[in-house]
Design a protein around this ligand. Structure first.
Ligand code: FEO
Ligand code: CA
Ligand code: CA
Ligand code: CA
Length: 687
């Protein structure tokens, strides 16, 4: 049955207090149950997870660092049923690793043993796992489900859209530049109107290595190949040795050193240094095959997986669709999560045909809508208006850009950040998730924080710093212990498209909420009047419930963690422009005027969950009836001293082992995990 409007009172629960306890806290009357943690087996013949660093076979187990997640309903006979609230598939990202916990004695430094790299590679990617509702209303995973699978950094994936076959995509693996292997650092997710998963590749650049001298081998700092790699952070000058930054003649060091594990291409390809021969003889272009929105059909193991290059290449987070309208283009919103990066949307060439929502060839439907269209970047002005600028090679700012010489439209999409620079889009405070409000159609973007937002930008090349603007109006120092500075607590910006049309080229905007500690200065920091029941810092995950319309907000914080672990809040937002303007004046001199939403009240914003120690709360998926909410607890206890690897009592977190889940007990190794939240009276979540 289709969801109905709830009759319960939204936000009727009692707010959860801030906490530094090593557990998940939810309101009275609710239950949070762990259902799927790092290492849990996905086939009938995979052994239970020992959680002592000796486990292998991560291509048959849950990966690490659970992140964005979507629910895909299944009928009793195992076919797609978007309305099913009793059986479904959870598709989720495994963004990264807490490397030490995967190995018995921590990770080997220097040359990495192949067996360690194999585990780490396989623990990245995506999982698809079947879940079924039990008699108590909670869900459990189905270990032997034929739908269960892992997509890892080794799974073959097609490059699709305008950059397929581009010269910049040619590698030793795919001389034609049409395929690549795997997906990595998958962060936010999206669900298409036709029932596939979109997963965003975020901080992929750090997995690659460059030898000392590779900048020179490619023609020096000004060579276009280096300009492009630098713009995506694959730049030795951004890395330090001790306190000093490296120079461009130094090596660029990869995050995990997989390229040191041997000559097999599955390791060698993480070193993208240019050899002496053709591009098809080495992996100089390998990084160009990462950084996309990837489309996966969770129902169909044999369907092709495709990187949708038309949606641009950057540090992708979530992908959120405007409600499709028959006969009009489909519209997908996206953000690029790095300091000073941009907000984007994709508008399809093809108008929406509602029959495609139930078409059996789902990846074919993706080909139709996601391979041809226009990518736009957002520019915010000082008066609450904004414009979308098309990133097309015919734009004179792009064609004539002095910093980078674009060869073709494929190049514009591969080097999206440079194209957005060329048109002088607005540099935002780390755009994380976005989500479209189900009734107003307004688009919400979390801007998690930016330690390099300053009253005035500096003039040195690295690290880049960004001056204040109306849409990014805060720069201050956190004085209560953590010493953070810049935009310490983050904010949430929202956009209303002109005429309510997703394909509009102008919009109105405001700052819906400012993150803040409740006792912070109300004139510069706690601008949304947050109280102790609702104060938060560093919003990251954000998604609207299709069942209740509630806006779920999750945090990934390092500024308020002296007082509270990361959290999830429920909100009932108003509309763009409902709070007027506010002027922030710093030091009595520098001032910036911004557009703001109505201040929060107890009826519009309430803390719903606090996680265990040293975690991030992320991933929001629900059953269509709104009675089960799936949430991911990412990297509890990730901050460990390497010297303490074999001293479990020193781990910052022992969750969920300390809650009785899996092996390890009170001193167990912590694990990223999915929880399901149910209401004890069987009601909807957030009421
Ligand atoms: Fe993976 Fe930007 O969070
Ligand atoms: Ca995130
Ligand atoms: Ca984050
Ligand atoms: Ca603080």
């Amino acid at each position: 049955p289709a969801p109905t409007v709830p009759t319960e009172t939204l936000l009727g629960f009692t707010a959860v207090a801030k906490s530094v306890a090593d557990k998940v806290a939810v309101p009275a009357g609710y239950t949070a149950t762990v259902i799927y943690a790092l290492g849990d087996p996905l086939t009938a013949d995979t052994a239970p997870y020992k959680n002592d660093g000796t486990d292998t076979d991560f291509d048959k187990r849950a990966g690490d660092h659970h992140d964005g997640m979507e629910y895909f309903g299944l009928s009793a006979s195992g076919t797609r049923d978007p309305n099913s609230s009793v059986r479904g598939l959870l598709a989720m990202n495994h963004e990264a690793l807490t490397q030490q916990f995967l190995h018995a004695n921590g990770a080997t430094t220097g040359t990495r043993p192949a067996a360690e790299s194999d585990k780490e590679i396989d623990a990245h990617g995506v999982s698809i796992v079947e879940v079924q509702k039990g008699t108590n209303g909670a869900f459990t995973t189905v270990q032997s489900s034929p739908f269960n699978r892992r997509i890892t950094p080794l799974t073959p994936i097609e490059l699709s859209g305008p950059a397929r076959g581009n010269d910049l995509m040619r590698t030793k693996y795919s001389n034609a530049g049409t395929t690549t292997r795997g997906t990595i650092n998958n962060c936010g997710t999206g669900i298409t109107p036709w029932g596939t998963l979109l997963t965003g590749e975020e901080n992929w650049g750090g997995y690659f290595a460059r030898n000392a001298g590779d900048v020179a081998a490619r023609g020096g700092e000004g060579n276009m190949a280096n300009v492009a790699l630098f713009r995506y952070g694959i730049d030795p000058r951004t890395q330090r040795v001790g306190t000093a930054y490296k120079s461009s003649s130094d090596a660029f060091t990869s995050r995990h050193g997989w390229e040191t594990s041997g000559g097999d291409d599955k390791y060698a390809r993480w070193n993208i240094s240019q050899g002496g021969g053709a591009a098809t003889a080495d992996y100089r272009n390998e990084a160009n095959t990462y950084g996309y929105i990837v489309e996966i059909d969770p129902y169909e193991k044999t369907a092709a997986i495709k990187k949708r290059t038309a949606l641009g290449r950057f540090a992708h987070e979530s992908a959120s669709f405007a409600k499709p309208v028959a006969g009009e283009p489909i519209v997908c919103y996206m953000g690029d999560d790095s300091q000073g990066e941009y907000i984007y949307k994709f508008v399809s060439t093809e108008p929406w045909n509602p029959a495609d929502a139930a078409a059996p060839n789902r990846i074919g439907v993706g080909d139709k809508y996601l391979d041809s269209g226009t990518l736009y970047v957002a520019k915010f002005d000082a008066t609450g208006n904004g414009e979308w600028i098309a990133l097309v090679i015919t734009n004179s700012d792009i064609a004539g850009y002095a910093t980078y010489d674009f060869q073709n439209q494929g190049d514009v999409l591969i080097n999206t950040r440079l194209a957005a620079d060329a048109v002088r889009a607005t540099k935002m405070d780390r755009p994380e998730w976005c989500s479209v409000h189900p009734t107003t159609g307004e688009v919400y973007y979390t801007l998690t924080n930016n330690s390099n937002r300053r009253l005035a930008p500096n003039t040195s090349a690295y690290p880049a710093q960004f001056g204040l603007d109306a849409a990014n109006p805060r720069a201050y120092t956190d004085t209560d212990g953590n010493g953070n500075s810049g935009n310490v607590n983050g904010h949430i910006v929202r956009l209303a498209e002109a005429g309510g049309k997703g394909n509009a080229t102008s919009f109105k905007w405001d700052v819906y909420l400012f993150g803040a500690e409740s006792d912070a200065d109300p004139s510069l920091i706690n601008l949304s009047n947050l109280t102790a029941d609702q104060d938060f810092s560093s919003p990251d995950g954000l998604a609207f419930s299709k069942a209740t319309g509630l806006c779920w907000i999750q945090t990934d914080d390092g500024a308020y963690t002296d007082v509270t672990n990361c959290m999830m809040l429920a909100a009932i937002p108003g509309k763009v422009g409902d709070g007027g303007t506010k002027t922030l004046t710093y030091n009595g001199t520098t001032s910036v005027t911004t557009q703001v939403g109505k201040p929060a009240t107890a009826d519009t914003l309430k803390r719903f969950l606090v996680g265990p120690k040293d975690c991030e709360i992320t991933g929001i998926a629900e059953t269509p009836d709104g009675k089960a909410l799936f949430v991911n607890i990412q990297h509890p206890g990730e901050t460990i001293s390497k010297g303490n690897v074999n001293d479990p009592s020193k781990y910052l977190s022992h969750w969920p082992a300390n809650a009785g889940y899996g092996a390890g007990g009170a001193n167990g190794r912590p694990r990223s995990a999915t929880i399901v939240i149910t209401k004890n009276d069987g009601g909807r979540i957030g009421t």
